[in-house]
Design a protein around this ligand. Structure first.
Ligand SMILES: [Ca+2]
Ligand SMILES: [Ca+2]
Ligand SMILES: [Ca+2]
Length: 346
């Protein structure tokens, strides 16, 4: 429930006594930015700058994870359009950070909502390099400048729930198409102890924290609850020793388009933390899961490798032939326009 960011925001503002202006901008590594206390709460925001500059590689297409479609009145406590991009540090910077935006900040007290038009303008801006108009993709190296808040186990770049331009964050292209980071192979025994409990190390040098917001690969597992397979659902993987991990499926079209893999598989995804509980009783040492936001139907590796065989652009269902089924699938989406990518007036 994203609106709890509001509570965290009020706390941060109270503690930090926010100062405005360029003086409060520091370039930091993801590892510095994500530092935590022994209880898993942020230590960076104890006396951090107002804004940070971070660099890294984009891991995901935001619209495969959260629905960007503008909706100003989706119901109480609902955020309407949302947008979240994960950025992974490089080299010695063994950490990563999420950037988050929502439309209806006003579902918390004292904040305002974006109108549909304002929301579209915001995510149209964030999906593009401001200097060239280039549309960002996973595998691009970027520079992020923005404010931040701690939320459920990790610190996120965001707008502190404010719609004023002074609270914007920006993403700029450093180099396009450097490629996704090689996913680190991580056994479940690195994430779970012998009792299948999450391993938490506040130094962030081992356990779940070490891999938080990074692309990892878990080999030789089975999905134990294939009946739960579907868009926006959570399934569970298990290894030969009985260790398990939740896998949060995104809203990528391939998850709806293909069946759940039934054999022993490998899984590639982003390790995320969403700590359980509600303020003031959030356990920031728990709540790790693997994000798999799309699937290409290959049957052996649960992931979206970002390319397709066949090279037939009209082959919508990727069965390597063009026929009426492709036409039907295309017709079903006729005239739809993906918020934030088209209709931007660029
Ligand atoms: Ca954490
Ligand atoms: Ca804004
Ligand atoms: Ca086809």
């Amino acid at each position: 429930m994203r609106w709890y960011i509001v509570l965290a925001g009020l706390l941060t503002l109270a503690v930090a006594g926010v100062s405005e202006g360029e003086a409060g901008v520091d370039k930091v590594t993801h590892r510095e930015f994500q530092a935590v206390h022994a209880d898993g709460s942020s230590s960076f925001d104890d006396d951090g700058p107002t804004r940070v500059v971070l660099e890294g590689i984009i891991l995901n297409s935001p619209e495969q994870w959260l629905d960007p479609t503008a909706n100003p009145t989706p119901g109480p406590w609902q955020m309407g359009g949302q947008w979240e991009m994960y950025i992974q540090g490089e080299g010695e910077d063994h950490a990563g950070t999420a950037l988050w935006m929502g439309q209806n900040y006003g579902n918390g007290p004292g904040y305002e909502n974006y109108t549909n038009e304002q929301w579209r303008a915001e995510i149209c801006r964030l999906n593009r390099d401001p200097n060239t108009g280039y549309i960002f993709n996973p595998g691009d190296r970027v520079r992020v400048t923005g404010r931040y808040l701690f939320y459920k186990g990790k610190i996120n770049v965001n707008e502190n729930h404010e719609i004023g331009a002074n609270f914007d964050f920006t993403v700029e292209l450093i180099k396009p198409a450097v490629g996704l980071p090689q996913p680190e192979v991580v056994g479940l025994s690195k994430l779970k102890d012998v009792n299948d409990d999450e391993i938490f190390d506040p130094t962030r040098l081992t356990g779940c924290e070490y891999y938080q917001s990074r692309l990892i690969r878990i080999n030789d597992v089975n999905i134990v609850d294939p009946e739960k397979w579907g868009i926006d659902q959570t399934i569970t993987i298990q290894d030969a020793n009985g260790l398990t991990l939740p896998v949060r499926l995104g809203i990528g079209a391939g998850i709806a388009g293909y069946d759940c893999p039934t054999a022993q598989i490998d899984v590639i995804g982003i390790l995320n933390q969403e700590a359980p509980g509600y303020p003031p009783n959030i356990d920031n040492t728990k709540g790790y899961r693997l994000f798999v936001l799309n699937y290409d139907g290959n049957g052996l590796v649960l992931t979206d490798r970002g390319y397709r065989r066949g090279n037939l652009p009209g082959d919508i269902n990727t069965d390597f032939k063009l026929d009426f089924i492709d036409f039907v699938e295309m017709a079903a989406y006729w005239l739809e326009c993906r918020e934030g990518l088209c209709g931007c007036g660029y």
